[in-house]
Design a protein around this ligand. Structure first.
Ligand code: NAP
Ligand code: MG
Length: 398
């Protein structure tokens, strides 16, 4: 059988621990036998990040901007314990944070749905994708404890010395205050990334804030989304037959619970933090959540939503068999291959990406599963296998 060929290479970002092992197995077992895989390899494993003073992360992000599509393995974000474990020169920043900042990107997360794993919300038939604005608001706040009677004010000082002030509260006893900010630039990038991705997956985009209460702050989000939509995306949305819908955050929550899914839900930073955890738990398993970073100008980086599955890796190092679920990482590869295929107009490659996803889902639905799904899936016969056997079952279907 002739292998499917590629034109432009993917930027391949390798990672750490159990997911690094799975990364190689996925390539060996379900991709390379079928595709003449072309990648530009960057080793973002912690050892090499330390060796290169994290330059490898920056290089990989820059190359992604040039080539347009990357696929990333989960990586360790070092903490104090990792400093000792890996004898690190520095507590390097999270690669995801670095890449997201360099691409000015927004993260979209969606569950992989299979028959037998029913979401807790029974009307959800299609995946709901959540986009979280990853800048500002309460995550970059300034807070103060007010010790007693006091007047608290907001003060803005412009470069020419002009000042604007507004009273927050006249305290007659102790309390607390908090200052939040966001920027037009960041909100605009977020809006563009959301509209771009909605067009990409051909799903309606919902966005919600609390603009009835926050008449300047949240209202600015609403206005920017409306402006970007009118000026840059309205015609494209009409052509694609999809809708942009704005409402209040409480209204959207009520609607989501009655909806069958298949929508893209854009959230402000805090809403996205909370709602993406709700969505992940309602769908069962972190191992079945995909994640893609999209820049406002249409650069894509695909990955799994979970981490490096450290606990399984330590067992693997002791020679014990592990049954780590590779689904989200497989879907990172299929997502990246499909996007590359669409950009390079390679229908065979696009078809392969579809078939890889279908074969993976079918393998689970027919009862061959990894350990994490054992108590989650409701099917008559369950055959729990290790990661390699699971991948071989998918390859057999392919
Ligand atoms: P994690 O790797 O997502 O794992 C947490 C637990 O979730 C695992 O111990 C496992 O539960 C379960 N799990 C996650 N993915 C699974 C899979 N594919 N198959 C089966 N079970 C799975 O999170 P963590 O342990 O908090 O973090 C480990 C490392 O990952 C940290 O160094 C962190 O910095 C890094 N991290 C990286 C990313 C990223 O690169 N995007 C994201 C998050 C975390 P059981 O142990 O009960 O089986
Ligand atoms: Mg959270």
């Amino acid at each position: 059988m002739a292998k499917i060929s590629m034109k432009t290479p993917l930027v391949e970002m390798d990672g750490d621990e159990m997911t690094r092992i799975i990364w190689q197995q996925i390539k060996d077992i379900v991709i390379c036998p079928f595709v003449d895989l072309k990648t530009e390899y960057y080793d973002l494993g912690l050892v090499n990040r330390d060796k290169t003073d994290d330059q490898v992360t920056i290089d990989s992000a820059n190359r992604t901007k040039e080539l347009g599509v990357a696929v990333k393995c989960a990586t360790i974000t070092p903490n104090a314990q990792r400093m000792t474990e890996y004898n690190l020169k520095e507590m390097w920043k999270s690669p995801n944070g670095t890449i997201r900042a360099m691409l000015d990107g927004t993260v979209f997360r969606a569950p992989i749905l299979v028959k037998g794993i029913t979401p807790f919300v029974s009307c959800w038939k299609k995946p709901i994708t959540i986009a979280r604005h990853a800048y500002g608001d309460v995550y970059k706040n300034s807070e103060l404890r007010v010790e007693g009677a006091a007047k608290a004010e907001l003060v803005v000082t412009y470069p020419d010395g002009r000042k604007e002030t507004k009273v927050i509260h006249e305290f007659d006893g102790p309390g607390i205050i908090q200052g939040l900010h966001n920027t037009d630039k960041s909100i605009t990038s977020f809006a563009r990334a959301c509209f771009t991705y909605a067009l990409d997956i051909k799903q309606d985009l919902w966005f919600a804030t609390k603009d009835t209460i926050s008449k300047t702050y949240d209202h600015r989000f609403k206005d920017i989304f409306a402006e970007v939509y009118e000026n840059e995306f309205k015609a494209k949305f009409e052509e694609a037959g999809i809708e942009y819908f704005y409402t209040l955050i409480d209204d959207v929550v009520a609607r989501i619970m009655r909806n069958e899914g298949g929508i893209l839900w854009a959230c402000k930073n805090y809403d996205g933090d909370v709602m993406s955890d709700m969505l992940a738990s309602a769908n069962g398993s972190l191992a079945m959540m995909t994640s893609v970073l999209v820049s406002p100008n249409g650069v894509y980086e695909y990955e799994a939503a979970h981490g490096t599955v450290t606990r399984h890796y330590y067992k693997y190092l002791k020679g014990e068999a592990t049954s780590t679920n590779p689904m989200a990482t497989i879907f990172a590869w299929s997502g990246a291959l499909r996007k590359r295929a669409q950009m390079d107009e390679l229908p065979d490659l696009e078809d392969f990406a579809d078939r890889l996803e279908k074969a993976s889902i079918q393998t689970i639905e027919e009862g061959t599963i990894t350990g994490d799904l054992k108590n989650l899936i409701d099917i008559p016969e369950k055959n729990v296998v290790n990661t390699e056997e699971f991948l071989k079952a998918i390859a057999a279907k392919l």
